[in-house]
Each structure stands twice: as structure tokens, then as C-alpha cells.
Write a protein that binds this ligand. Structure first.
Ligand code: ADP
Ligand code: MG
Length: 581
């Protein structure tokens, strides 16, 4: 019915008032009232039809229509019109509030694209971002937001990544550079080739943070829907019994039809249900979440060589590793003379280290488990800490101690998770117990599993998933790059500080781009509020409706009172949802 659909109920409302002043008699009365009734009925009938067509045979709009028809048929013309108008009004209000809060969420991030400019053979075309496919070429004008993730194919510019990374300094980009949706293109026009569909783009994933707060997990949603379905079935059956069968045996048709109408009014679900799973357990993959993920070398313990030699060997073998420990070792070794040595045949041992050939010499760089697996004897470090052992041709060369700092506000963030109702905090790490234990106890973790290989981390998550309560769920917080796979084993995957990590984008439900650990309790707090409001609304809605239905059936509550009570209840519940944020 489009933009002017509000005119119909408005016109109906004016007629509702006007008709009270017009003296009418006989058949003129229903004929005159039929006009506002039909005007007000239109959108509900359309709504009911739309619902039925998509398989929802029992729906609020249908109940509204049926009760209005019953009221009208029993001579309660004004009540019928009032019911239809009030229902339109509350429906509109609800939609308005939903749109407003959606807008608010969009404003917070301001990064969801509204359009994309497609470069085609015929020229430029403004399209819906969701309609863009991977491989399409887009034009991003200077000053515009990048709509989808992609690779620059033409142009040189600078990109402001603040919206998604929280970092102020802009990036210079050139042909071949990756760019991320949500960032702003600052200096000049560029063309990009789209590398990810809209639903996998960075900006979309980021706003999932907001969306995740309004998704019911399917089990819970189904339970509520099933309950709603049977509740409405029962109401419909009872209304038939009251309105059409009972009066055939005894009593007054009009009285019972009106009571049936009240019952149908109360059979409408008070609110659409929404919420999120109740999180009970949060698992942290230590490095990069609880700690900063930026290692530094603190000590070097060479065996029969100089510190400098040991560092150089280790750094060369680690030349291409993306592990933060590798970066620390490379940094400590300083600039390497590439003519002396180059690492070849590099092998990655996830959660253990690397092996490589330097010339004809085989080098292992990694933790104790790596050396043990290859039958190489090593020294037990004299001090607790993360020791990276080095061997050349099965000969032990010593170890390098590295440390990572615990995040500044980790303790407070974990405390607010607890205050927020999280019952169990779990720390998983591939690092040694001597490092992990003090952290776990200082931060009050409930469970610690250390010295785990990546596959053992996945197993630990699976174990927790199998042993959780039915209605609770588990979140896994990891830094994106190497905990992607483990993350998808949990109910909710949260990736921290992983701008540009494809693994994180593909697997995580929530991205926390700016490494602020406090974002996690904040998100959960909002979700919890939404969840509570939804529960209260659900309970209060059913409660009030049950009372209206009961009193209506008993004949204590007049149809007019029921119409008003139902609308008032709806308004109160909307008010309750408004309190969030
Ligand atoms: P975390 O649980 O801290 O993310 P990882 O699974 O990434 O740990 O690694 C576990 C351990 O394996 C590290 O503490 C380190 O001892 C060793 N390790 C992993 N990758 C490397 C590497 N590239 N170089 C040296 N040691 C490594
Ligand atoms: Mg790791």
C-alpha cells in the first residue's frame, strides 16, 4: 500500500469520531460504520494474507481481522474500528522503534555501505552492495566509504581505517593493495576488484556485533514459536467453541460471539520474540587476547656459540613465519646479511615452531615439544618463561627466552564478564605452564589448559561444548590468524585485533578490530539487556493476554475494555524495550 498507507487508519479515526455526531437509523448504521471499518481493516487483511501466503497460517494480523469482524457482526461497530486503529498505531510505533534502534546501531559504526558504484562496459552504475559479485570492478570516489572488500586495480590514494581498526594514521594504497569495506578513501578516486561477497565483507562482519544481539539461537526461537503456535491454536479452538458451538445449545449468540472476539484479541502475541543465547562460558586463546600478542626477547642462552650467532640462526629459520614469537626473534637479531645464509625448505609446525635448512644444515626453532618429537636433547631452562630452543643438525645450540605482556585492562575486563553473568572463564594456550599458570591465577580463570597443540585446543573446545548446559552457550575469543578453525567449534567466535586476517573474517561471528578487550564485556552486556527485555516482554505479554482472555470469557471484561487493555499492554512492552541503551 506504500507510503500513504497511514492515511487509511487516520481517515478511519476521523470517521470514528465524526460518526458519533451523525444521527443514524436502521440499516444506515452498519452501512455508515462499514466505511471506517473497511478503511482500517485493509492493512491488517493485507498483512494476514501475506503471512498466510508465506505459510504462517496463525498470525497476529489474522486474529485482529477475525476479532474485528466478530465485533462488527455483533453490532459493536465503534469497538471494531477502534481495535483496528489501535493495532495499526502500536504496530507502527513498534516498527518506528525498531528502525530507530537499527539506525542508532548503524550510526555507531557508520560503516555499512548504502550503495556501490559498478564499472561496466556501458559506464558507471549505482547498485545495491548486496548485488555486487566477487570479481566486479567498483569505483570508489575520493571521500567515499569503501563498500566491499577488494584489491586496488587502478589509482593511488590514502585510506582512513579508523572506523574499523581504531587506528588514526591513514594507509597509502596502490595497485595490488587490499582494501577493506568500512574504511574511507581519502585523497583520490580508485578502482577496486571485489574479493569478498557482501555478507563476508569486513563492514558486514563488524556490524554483526549488533546483529548478534538480536538473533535468537534457533533452538530457543523454535521453542518459543512452537509454544506460540499451540497457544494460538488453542485460542482459536476455544473461540470457535465459545462463539459458534456453545450458543447453539444455550444462551445468547451475541454475548458469546463477543466473548470469542475478546479471546481472539488476547490471542495475539504481545511482541515478536528476539534475544541472544545466554553465554555462560568464555574461552580465551591466550596469545593476542589476554596478552598483547607482541613478544619481545628477554634473554639468550647460547651453547657453544655467541648470543649473536644463536639469534641469527633462529631469525633466519624464522624468516617467513607469521608467529609473533618469530617477529620478536627477527627484531632482536637485527638486520641479517642475506648473502651469508638463506632459509630453504621451511616447514611450519603449528603450535610448536619451524624447521628449515640453512645451506645444508637442518635447523629446528621451537618449543620443547618440537625438539622432543625430533629426538633432540635440550636444556631445561633455568628460569620460567617461554623458551624457544634452537638446534642445528641434531646438535643443541641453546634457547631464547621471550615474553608477552598481559593486556593492561585484562583483569577489569574479565571481572566485568563475571559481573555480567559469565560463570566459567577458560584459558587455553600452546605456551608453557610456567608462563600460563601465574596469568591464570592472577586473572582468576576457572580452568587452564596449557602446552596444547592446535588440534588439542580444538578438542578442549569440543569437550566443553559437549559438557555444557542445554540452554547455555560458549564463546571463543582468539586472535584471528591461527585460531580460526578452533573458533568455529564454539557457539560464538570472537576475533580480536585481526584487521585483514582472512581466517578471522571467514570464521568469526564477531570482530573486535581495535584490540580493546573491554569490547567483549560491553557487547555481552548489551546482549544480556536485550535478552532480559525479550524475556520480560514475552512473559508479561502472555500474562496480560491470559488475564484479558480469562476475564473476557467470563464476561467481566467488556470488548471495549479488552481492546484498550491490549493496546495499553503493547505500549508498556514497547516502553520496556526502549530502556535498552
Ligand atoms: P598460543 O596458545 O600462545 O597462541 P601457539 O599455538 O601459537 O601458542 O604456539 C605455542 C608454542 O609453540 C609457543 O609458545 C612457542 O613456544 C611455540 N611456537 C609456535 N610457533 C612458533 C614459531 N614460529 N617459532 C618458535 N616457536 C613457536
Ligand atoms: Mg596462537
Amino acid at each position: 500500500m506504500g507510503r500513504f498507507s497511514w492515511l487509511f487508519p487516520l481517515l478511519a479515526a476521523l470517521l470514528l469520531i465524526a460518526l458519533h455526531f451523525v444521527p443514524l437509523e436502521g440499516w444506515m448504521i452498519p452501512a455508515a460504520w462499514a466505511v471506517p471499518a473497511l478503511l482500517a481493516l485493509m492493512e491488517h487483511a493485507a498483512d494476514a494474507f501475506e503471512n498466510i501466503r508465506s505459510g504462517r497460517y496463525l498470525n497476529n494480523a489474522l486474529f485482529t481481522c477475525l476479532s474485528a469482524v466478530l465485533l462488527f457482526a455483533t453490532g459493536l461497530y465503534a469497538e471494531a474500528v477502534l481495535l483496528l486503529i489501535l493495532t495499526s498505531l502500536t504496530g507502527r510505533l513498534e516498527k518506528l522503534l525498531n528502525d530507530r534502534s537499527q539506525e542508532k546501531l548503524n550510526k555507531v559504526t557508520e560503516i555499512l555501505p548504502t550503495h556501490a558504484v559498478l564499472v561496466t562496459d556501458e559506464g558507471l552504475e549505482r547498485v545495491d552492495p548486496a548485488a555486487v559479485s566477487v570479481g566486479d570492478i567498483l569505483l570508489v570516489g575520493a571521500g567515499e566509504r569503501i563498500p566491499l572488500d577488494g584489491v586496488v586495480t587502478e589509482g593511488i590514494s590514502t585510506i582512513d581505517t579508523a572506523a574499523i581498526s581504531g587506528q588514526r594514521s591513514p594507509w597509502a594504497v596502490n595497485t595490488g593493495y587490499k582494501v577493506y569495506s568500512g574504511c574511507r578513501n581519502l585523497t583520490s578516486d580508485i578502482k577496486i576488484r571485489v574479493s569478498r561477497p557482501y555478507e563476508q565483507s569486513t563492514s558486514w562482519k563488524l556490524t554483526r556485533l549488533a546483529a548478534a544481539a538480536t538473533d535468537f539461537p534457533s533452538e530457543q526461537e523454535n521453542t518459543v514459536r512452537r509454544f506460540l503456535f499451540w497457544y494460538q491454536c488453542a485460542a482459536l479452538a476455544l473461540a470457535l467453541l465459545l462463539g459458534f458451538i456453545l450458543p447453539a445449545f444455550r444462551g445468547n449468540w451475541i454475548v458469546w460471539l463477543r466473548r470469542a472476539a475478546v479471546l481472539l484479541i488476547a490471542a495475539r502475541a504481545a511482541t515478536e520474540c528476539f534475544g541472544i543465547p545466554l553465554l555462560e562460558t568464555v574461552i580465551f586463546d591466550k596469545t593476542g587476547t589476554i596478552t598483547e600478542g607482541r613478544y619481545a626477547v628477554t634473554d639468550v642462552y647460547p651453547v657453544k656459540m655467541s648470543e649473536r650467532q644463536l639469534l641469527t640462526i633462529a631469525a633466519t629459520a624464522e624468516s617467513f613465519s607469521r608467529h609473533p614469537i618469530a617477529s620478536a626473534i627477527r627484531e632482536a637479531a637485527g638486520k641479517l646479511d642475506e648473502r651469508v645464509m638463506r632459509a630453504v625448505k621451511i616447514r611450519d609446525f603449528p603450535g610448536r615452531g619451524v624447521s628449515a635448512y640453512l645451506g645444508s644444515h637442518q635447523v629446528y626453532v621451537g618449543n620443547a615439544a618440537l625438539l622432543e618429537e625430533h629426538g633432540i636433547k635440550y636444556n631445561i631452562p633455568a628460569r620460567p618463561g617461554t623458551a624457544i630452543h634452537v638446534s642445528v643438525d641434531e646438535r643443541y645450540c641453546g634457547y631464547i627466552l621471550v615474553t608477552d605482556k598481559v593486556r593492561r585492562r585484562a583483569f577489569d575486563a574479565l571481572e566485568s564478564l563475571r559481573v555480567g553473568g559469565i560463570k566459567k572463564l577458560v584459558l587455553l594456550t600452546g605456551d608453557v605452564f610456567s608462563v600460563a599458570r601465574p596469568i591464570a591465577s592472577r586473572l582468576n580463570f576457572d580452568m587452564l589448559r596449557a602446552e596444547l597443540k592446535p588440534e588439542e585446543k580444538a578438542k578442549a573446545v569440543a569437550y566443553l561444548m559437549n559438557n555444557k548446559g542445554q540452554r547455555s552457550s560458549i564463546a571463543f575469543v582468539g586472535e584471528g590468524e591461527n585460531s580460526g578453525k578452533i573458533m568455529s567449534g564454539a557457539d560464538v567466535g570472537i576475533a580480536m585485533g585481526s584487521l585483514g586476517s582472512d581466517a578471522a573474517l571467514a570464521r568469526a561471528d564477531v570482530l573486535v578490530m581495535d584490540r580493546d578487550i573491554f569490547k567483549i564485556p560491553k557487547t555481552l552486556a548489551i546482549s544480556r539487556q536485550v535478552y532480559r527485555a525479550a524475556l520480560v516482554n514475552l512473559g508479561a505479554g502472555f500474562g496480560t493476554n491470559a488475564i484479558i482472555a480469562l476475564f473476557g470469557v467470563l464476561g467481566v471484561l467488556s470488548p471495549l475494555a479488552a481492546v484498550i487493555a491490549s493496546a495499553a499492554c503493547c505500549l508498556l512492552l514497547l516502553g520496556n524495550s526502549l530502556r535498552i541503551k
